[in-house]
Design a protein around this ligand. Structure first.
Ligand code: ATP
Ligand code: MG
Length: 366
């Protein structure tokens, strides 16, 4: 899929702007605070109706404006399509049009313009605690598999109810009688999550390892390990075997959960790690290696989505060039092929051989 152009009116710091894009690489260059990330945000919003950083729609409307408007032409699903959003600063409901027809929900345009975003917060995801890594994987899997999203929502709901039981059992001792029921359900749905994740991480790791090899000029060997509950010997086993494994772990932690009043065991503690030439990135990775591996994971995610839907999502890379050596910068700028890419950077003098450069100054093209 390709975004051919975008028209922006009163969105963030843009008053009025029309841009034509390259079907390959679009390098968006400008000083700090000129509107580069705002443009990336506009593209992401156009396709999904979601912003990766705004809490409220009103933040997206240019200060003092009555409404914001985003529209664009996309080539996807083998035809030319249009998308248009109108956003209001007050509580008034936003409007969406797909090919000129008014739509009720963003779900109705899903698949027209899919994006995979890489933002500066993602750069350190392999170094931080496990929660942001789980979020990253869950987000990618939810985009790939609607059934996974449903299972994850269900799992989190049961987990919350179980937490409440563990906390309230002193006031209401009868609650302990219903705890086994919740544990059984948690193991059943948890087994489903592990089954999805095992396959997802296998595919993601394989694809990312190819990208990382190219990215690092063949200097580093990439491998990904999925870590789940220790009683699970084979995450590819059938869902019923996985549920039994989870049950065994839960039973051995029954007392500990009661004493700590916390849900200590289950796939809500899952994690993954990346090894480069045998060394854990989390423990030993340099800044550049951590960034390279994280970007390779995003490229892999884009590829998995393409395999699933037949359409290559648009890749949005916000501020990823800094702290990469010239060879790795060259990979980002000149070697990501097979789909449309938007890259922002504030270093002057950067150039791409694969598409065009757009210079942004104060919400305008320079
Ligand atoms: P950096 O290189 O520092 O990441 P950037 O070019 O990505 O900079 P943006 O994040 O796109 O910068 O933001 C540019 C400016 O947009 C900010 O200075 C911000 O004050 C302004 N801005 C954000 N929201 C609005 C809004 N609703 N109305 C007007 N201006 C806004
Ligand atoms: Mg920015």
């Amino acid at each position: 899929m390709q975004l051919s152009n975008i028209n922006i009116r009163d969105f963030r710091n843009y008053e009025a702007l029309s841009l034509q894009f390259s079907p390959e690489v679009n390098l968006i260059v400008g000083d700090n605070a000129q509107g580069k990330t705002n443009l990336i945000e506009a593209i992401g919003y156009l396709g999904s109706g979601k912003s990766f950083r705004a809490q409220k729609t009103s933040e997206l409307v240019r200060f003092g404006a009555d409404f914001a408007e985003l529209s664009g032409a996309v080539f996807s699903q083998e035809r030319q399509q249009t998308l248009r959003w109108v956003l209001f600063p007050s509580g008034r409901q936003r409007q969406l049009y797909g090919n000129g027809v008014k739509k009720k929900t963003a779900g109705e345009i899903s698949g027209v313009l899919q994006t995979v975003l890489f933002c500066p917060e993602d750069l350190m995801v392999l170094k931080t605690g496990a929660a942001p890594r789980r979020r990253l994987a869950d987000h990618a899997l939810c985009q790939l598999r609607p059934n996974y999203e449903a299972a994850l929502t269900e799992y989190n709901r049961i987990l919350e109810q179980k937490s409440r039981i563990l906390k309230d059992r002193f006031e209401n001792t009868a609650l302990l009688e219903i705890l086994p029921e919740y544990n059984t359900r948690l193991c059943q749905v948890g087994a489903l999550l592990i089954s999805y994740r095992a396959r997802f991480f296998e595919g993601l790791g394989k694809a990312a390892s190819v990208y990382h090899g190219q990215f690092s000029g063949g200097k580093e060997d990439f491998s990904l390990q999925y870590h789940t509950v220790s009683t699970v010997k084979d995450p590819f086993a059938s869902v019923s075997v996985l549920a039994e494994d989870l049950q065994a772990h839960l039973e051995s932690h029954y007392r500990a959960e009661l004493e700590s009043m916390q849900c200590l065991t289950g796939p809500h503690k899952d994690d993954f790690d990346v090894n480069l030439s045998g060394l854990s990135v989390k423990t030993f990775g340099s800044q550049g290696q951590v960034r390279t591996a994280a970007i390779s994971l995003k490229l892999a995610q884009r590829e998995l989505m393409q395999r699933e839907s037949g359409e290559m999502p648009v890749l949005l890379l916000d501020d990823v060039l800094s702290e990469l050596d010239p060879g790795r910068q060259d990979f980002i700028l000149n070697q990501i092929t097979g789909g449309q890419v938007f890259i922002t950077c504030c270093e002057p003098g950067r150039f791409t051989k694969l598409g065009k450069t757009i210079e942004i100054e104060k919400g305008n093209v320079k």
